[in-house]
Write a protein that binds this ligand. Structure first.
Ligand SMILES: [Zn+2]
Ligand SMILES: [Zn+2]
Length: 132
């Protein structure tokens, strides 16, 4: 079985990454994702820790409420999220994939924080908070 490799990186090119086997592709409407990205919501895909790596540069991580949000220190692109330094997975922003169209979001999470002028019409499952 050959697995598709996902490539991506930040706007300025200082950071490049690759991974495979992404899962849990969701739109997150939580207020922390919104503020840290500067966008109304963020689309994330999860990779198992061992299936994701940086091939050029690395994110600078900022701790907020115990969670690590990673961005490019040069251009500010929002790239990663981890629940902590020993987390078993990396969440990566799908919009920084070279081919974001290659994955399909499956749900909206944290819709309790959704901005009222974002109208959901894609029929995907919604979760008021996290999936679990
Ligand atoms: Zn950059
Ligand atoms: Zn979020």
């Amino acid at each position: 079985m050959t697995e598709r490799i996902t490539f991506g990186g930040c706007l300025c090119g200082a950071i490049r990454y690759q991974g495979h086997g992404e899962y849990h592709v969701v739109h997150c409407h939580c207020s922390d994702c919104r503020q840290s990205s500067g966008a109304p919501f963020v689309t994330w895909a999860s990779f198992r820790k061992e299936d994701f790596r940086f091939t050029k540069g690395a994110t600078r991580e900022m701790e907020h409420e115990g969670k690590l949000r990673g961005f490019c220190a040069a251009c500010g692109t929002t790239l990663t999220f981890r629940t902590g330094p020993d987390a078993g997975e990396w969440d990566v922003t799908v919009a920084t994939f070279d081919h974001p169209e290659s994955v399909m979001p499956r749900a909206h999470i944290w819709t309790s924080d959704r901005l009222p002028w974002i109208k959901l019409a894609d029929g995907l499952q919604t979760y008021p908070r996290s999936r679990s």
